[in-house]
Design a protein around this ligand. Structure first.
Ligand SMILES: *Cc1c(COP(=O)(O)O)cnc(C)c1O
Length: 233
């Protein structure tokens, strides 16, 4: 068995165990395989194991990879999620080539994605990224501005606001890992209380998957535990 195949199996087991420990339905948690820095062959290999959703951070790398995968395996029906920082002059290719965007953190970006989403495609699925740990260096809307931003995004055509996304500050012990995920869930509850439908909490990475599932994650974004250590060139 290849390492991607055995790693995928191990990650799926971690999700299943975390769901069981939290008395949650395993079917309510999706695995997003974060393939940034890995090539088309790694995506094709993961797809052969039944993985169909892939997350990418760097636009040009992602577009090149998608083209190679499509040329080599036009039969694969993959879902592509953009999860990286967004420059406002790069929104058009994102609106044209992705199924989901998890990293929307300001209204201007949402407006551009809405205007640029091609009419022949279904609405673009959106998560509002929240800077849940309040780190100065991190992208994401501040929690206090999230409810208003969510209202505005929910009102835009060609987008479907699905939920919230966060990248919490790394922490070692279980409770320290759970706290920011809990705050993200509570923020989503607050927004739902304003009558906005949300069905997604995009949270949990290789190091804090179980804590995120315990606090209600519906999409976990896993890179290293599937593809191995990343090497930036
Ligand atoms: C890289 C990345 C991940 C995956 O992180 P791992 O620790 O490798 O699992 C998840 N989410 C975002 C936004 C990322 O940039």
């Amino acid at each position: 068995m290849s390492s991607i195949s055995s790693n995928l199996q191990a990650v799926n087991e971690r999700i299943t165990n975390a769901a069981r420990d939290a008395s949650r339905d395993r079917g309510g948690i999706r695995l997003l395989a974060v393939s940034k820095t890995f090539g088309a062959e790694a995506v094709i290999e993961a797809a052969a194991c039944g993985q169909n959703a892939f997350g990418e951070n760097y636009l040009q790398e992602a577009l090149d990879k998608m083209a190679v995968v499509k040329a080599q395996r036009p039969d694969l029906l993959l879902e592509w999620h953009f999860i990286g920082p967004i420059q406002s002059n790069k929104t058009r290719p994102i609106a044209e080539h992705f199924d989901w965007v998890h990293s929307v953190d300001r209204e201007k970006i949402a407006q551009r994605l809405s205007e640029q989403r091609p009419a022949h495609l279904p609405p673009l699925n959106i998560c509002l990224q929240v800077n849940i740990s309040g780190e100065a260096s991190k992208s994401g809307a501040m929690p206090a501005e999230a409810p208003v931003l969510a209202q505005r995004i929910a009102g835009l055509p060609r987008l479907k606001l699905r939920g919230l996304m966060a990248i919490p500050e790394p922490a070692q012990d279980e409770e320290a890992q759970r706290a920011p995920h809990r705050r993200l869930r509570q923020l989503a509850e607050e927004i739902k209380g304003q009558g906005i439908e949300l069905d997604t909490l995009s949270m949990g990475m290789s190091a804090d998957l179980a804590a995120a599932v315990a606090e209600g994650a519906t999409i976990v974004r896993i890179g290293t535990a599937i593809f191995g250590q990343r090497h930036y060139g």
